[in-house]
Design a protein around this ligand. Structure first.
Ligand SMILES: [Zn+2]
Length: 152
């Protein structure tokens, strides 16, 4: 009886969510040759109403990619006009979780990213091979910026 009244804390709820996603990474690694989750982008398709999944995502904010060890995360709602992807999802699944005293369900899709590994952050966000991604370009001194822009 006591257990049923215990509230699931945000940390436990996030770890469960990550576990579901990690299991899918594992399945993809087994049947395809993609073993590095940084090659993936993860899409969340949230329900029409805001719910526990929104709280979890808002809590992580910009750290979502690092938390999930992927390079890109996109958040949609079921009611959004979701832009079509060039490739079929590697995996499409549901996470059934619990946060505090509320059960929730969130739909997820994993896609392969068709970009190159950034030599600085190692995320697959670079437009060209052996280059740095746009995010990392902001860490460059200004002189290097202009050099790179005029080089194209
Ligand atoms: Zn980078």
């Amino acid at each position: 009886m006591k257990n049923s009244l215990e509230l699931v804390p945000i940390s436990a709820s996030l770890i469960e969510l990550r576990q579901t996603i990690n299991d899918q990474y594992q399945k993809i690694a087994e049947r395809a040759k993609y073993k590095d989750p940084r090659q993936f982008e993860v899409h969340f398709i949230l329900g029409q109403e805001k719910g526990p999944a929104d709280i979890l995502i808002d809590f992580l904010k910009d750290d979502l990619e690092d938390f999930l060890k992927c390079s890109k995360v996109k958040i949609y709602r079921v009611t959004d006009r979701i832009p079509p992807m060039d490739y079929a999802a590697l995996s499409s699944f549901k996470h059934k979780g619990k946060f505090q005293d509320t059960k929730f369900e969130v739909q997820l899709k994993i896609y392969k990213i068709d970009q190159f590994k950034c030599i600085r952050c190692h995320k697959y966000l670079s437009e060209e091979e052996n280059e740095i991604c746009r995010n990392c370009q902001s860490y460059l001194p200004k002189s290097d910026h202009s050099h790179r822009l005029t080089a194209n």
